[in-house]
Structure formats: structure tokens, C-alpha cells
Design a protein around this ligand. Structure first.
Ligand SMILES: Nc1ncnc2c1ncn2[C@@H]1O[C@H](COP(=O)(O)OS(=O)(=O)O)[C@@H](OP(=O)(O)O)[C@H]1O
Length: 362
């Protein structure tokens, strides 16, 4: 069976050959002036990481084209009880979690050990589309999603508080959320930003990106509000939201995958476990496997971004190679202040990457 095809955004169809950021700037100018200006004009704004500005929309920072898409998504999306939503902080394991969830939920259609699994031919973002980058990426693009095979699996970076009631209240849609320690998330975001910028634009200096990040000014940030929104909901409604951390998946992905399957009411049977189904899914979705696939070396996703930029190092603790002691101190302080009393914390796996003395962490 061919992998599910989702309606493509107008921009990715029209924009082949152009650099993603150029396309974004064009859309920003064209669409903003026609459709979005009134909405955006009065919003607070700050310098963007890769577009001129990020705007504070419904309490989170995003680009004008994203605001347009998100408001269309909020207005038009009709959830179903069987839907599954992969919600994530950007650069925290979205691609990985989408792959794992797709392979798990569709395992009766596509054997994870088979040589023609859709994940061998398509990037996870093309199998599990983002609301804001693919499905509702232009105002004209209000897709009919009612015929997609169930369970439908979607992705989003939208904070919990801005998800439509159709998802949050009116249906039994399940939400699987993943985030990652902010140190590594920052480094991954900074690299990605500089990779996808047009060659003609200057690099965003790490110091500048870091100051914005610590102020909360980053796509879909502040990161602490994003994490706490889903964290609190996962505690209040554990059957609605499953809260995962990238570090826990790295530590024991088999265990976390079984938690995901259980949460989604499709636990692995004893027979499946004995036959190695869990291991096959884990192997199929592993960084090493996915990075080497032709589709992930050459293909594109969303607004014509290259798939290869989604697979960088896939490690915990790469931040030690980029953080100065003062950066460590500043972000640690931000996290202590914002997460204090919430019960949410992150292991930085310091001992496995560097001696504490070298980073200046006490
Ligand atoms: N399969 C798999 N396993 C483990 N880690 C993986 C995997 N796929 C991607 N990655 C790493 O995840 C980082 C990219 O994050 P996202 O997938 O959330 O990016 S995005 O928000 O969808 O653009 C990015 O992290 P960094 O390497 O630290 O930059 C990727 O390398």
C-alpha cells in the first residue's frame, strides 16, 4: 500500500528551486499585506532568528506565515476521537517521534521489518504532516482531511493553550508530546537556523540567538511556557497527554516506545514482543538508519527545507561544545526560575560528556 499522501502546501509546490528563506520572505510580504496585516500590526515583535521579526501571537512567538496558518488551523480543523497528535518543541525529537508513532500505529499495514516500509521512502514529516507548515499553510489551503485513513496522525509545534477545542475538549484525540533539555534544544535550533538561511544572509551569531532564547524569543517560545503547558495537562489528564523527553528516549527507546503504544491503546502483544516488533521499529527509526536513507539525504519537507538538516548529531550533551561558563550559568538560572515548583526537570547527562569543572556548572 502506498504511503498516505497529504495535500501539499502551495508554497512547497511553487517554490522548488528557491531557498526556503527567500520563499518565506516573499510569502511574508505578499500575504501579510493582503490578509494578515491587520491581525499582526498590533502584536509585540522582536528580531527573528531567520525572518525579520517574530510576533507574540496568543502568548507565543512565531512568524507571520505561521500566524496565518495557525489561525486557519484553529478555525477549520475538525478532530476525530481516533486522531493522534504529535506535539513538540522545535528541535526536540519531532522527526524521531513522528517516525516511531507512525511505525507503531500503522504496523498492521506496514511491517516494520519489511523492505518497502513508507519510512524508507518518505521523511516522517511527509507521513505525519504539520498543521501549520503543510496542511493549513495558506489561507486557500483548507484541506478536506475527513477521508484520511484512521488513525490520522498529525504534528504541531503549537502550544497546548492554543490548540483548538476540537482537539482538547470535544474529542478523545490523544496527544504525545516531546521536549528536550533546553541546552541541547538551543544548540540544535541555532544550527538548524543557520543551515536553512539563504547563502546571502549573514549567520545568526550564537550570542545573539542565546540572548533571544533566554528571553523566550524563539519559535513557539518561551520554551518554558511550551513545556509547562503540556506538562501540567499531562498531570491533570494523563489519558489525554503523554509527556516524553528526548533524553529518556535516548536512554531506553524500547521502553518509551512501549509506553507510547500503551498510551495510544495499541500495546504490543507478547507475541509481537517475542517476534522482535519493538526492536524492528526502533531500528527502522534510529538516527543511524534514517540519516543514511536516500530520501533523507536528498529530499525536502515543509517549505522546501532539506531533509538532511533534520539529522545532525542526535546526541545528548553536544551543548558543551558551544556553551561558555556564563551561558551555562544564565540558562541554568532561567530554568531554575521558570521550572521551580513545577516538578519538571532535565538531566543534562554531564558526567557522560564532560567534567563539571570544565563547564563551570556547580
Ligand atoms: N531518529 C532520530 N533519533 C535521534 N535523534 C534524532 C533523530 N532524528 C533526528 N534527530 C535529532 O533531533 C534533532 C532535530 O529535532 P526535530 O526533529 O524536533 O526537528 S524539527 O523541529 O522537526 O525541525 C536534531 O538534533 P541535533 O543533532 O542535536 O541537532 C536531530 O539530529
Amino acid at each position: 500500500m502506498a504511503p498516505t499522501q497529504f495535500p501539499k502546501s502551495k508554497t512547497s509546490d511553487d517554490g522548488i528551486g528557491k531557498e526556503a528563506n527567500e520563499i518565506e520572505l516573499e510569502i511574508e510580504e505578499e500575504q501579510l499585506s493582503q490578509e494578515c496585516k491587520k491581525l499582526i500590526l498590533n502584536l509585540p515583535r522582536e528580531k527573528g532568528w531567520r525572518t525579520p521579526y517574530l510576533y507574540l501571537y496568543q502568548g507565543f512567538w512565531c512568524q507571520p506565515t505561521e500566524i496565518l496558518a495557525i489561525s486557519t488551523f484553529q478555525k477549520h480543523f475538525q478532530a476525530k476521537d481516533t486522531d493522534v497528535l504529535i506535539a513538540t518543541v522545535p528541535k526536540s525529537g519531532t522527526t524521531w517521534l513522528k517516525a516511531l508513532t507512525f511505525a507503531t500505529l500503522k504496523r498492521n499495514y506496514y511491517s516494520p521489518a519489511s523492505g518497502n516500509h513508507p519510512l524508507l521512502e518518505s521523511n516522517p514529516h511527509n507521513l505525519v504532516p504539520f498543521f501549520e507548515y503543510t496542511l493549513y499553510s495558506t489561507k486557500e489551503n483548507v484541506p478536506d482531511l475527513s477521508d484520511l485513513s484512521e488513525p490520522r496522525i498529525f504534528g504541531t509545534h503549537v502550544p497546548f493553550a492554543s490548540l483548538p477545542n476540537s482537539i482538547v475538549k470535544d474529542t478523545k484525540t490523544k496527544i504525545v508530546y516531546i521536549c528536550r533539555n533546553p541546552f541541547d534544544t538551543f544548540v540544535s535550533s541555532w544550527f538548524f537556523t543557520n543551515k536553512i538561511k539563504p547563502a546571502s544572509s549573514p549567520e545568526l551569531p550564537i550570542e545573539e540567538a542565546f540572548d533571544l532564547y533566554c528571553k523566550g524569543v524563539v519559535g513557539y517560545g518561551p520554551f518554558w511556557d511550551h513545556m509547562l503547558g503540556y506538562w501540567k495537562e499531562s498531570i491533570e489528564r494523563p489519558n489525554k497527554v503523554l509527556f516524553l523527553k528526548y533524553e529518556d528516549l535516548k536512554e531506553d527507546v524500547n521502553l518509551q516506545l512501549k509506553r507510547v503504544a500503551m498510551f495510544l491503546d495499541c500495546p504490543f502483544t507478547l507475541e509481537e514482543e517475542n517476534c522482535g516488533v519493538v526492536e524492528s521499529i526502533v531500528k527502522l527509526c534510529s538516527f543511524e538508519n534514517m540519516k543514511e536513507l536516500e530520501v533523507n539525504k536528498k529530499g525536502t519537507f515543509g517549505r522546501n527545507f532539506e531533509n538532511k538538516f533534520l539529522f545532525r548529531k542526535g546526541e545528548i550533551g553536544d551543548w558543551v561544545n558551544y556553551f561558555t561558563p556564563s551561558m551555562v550559568e544564565k540558562l541554568t538560572k532561567v530554568m531554575e526560575e521558570k521550572f521551580c515548583g513545577s516538578g519538571l526537570s532535565f538531566r543534562l547527562h554531564l558526567d557522560s560528556v564532560v567534567s563539571k569543572a570544565e563547564t563551570g556548572i556547580k
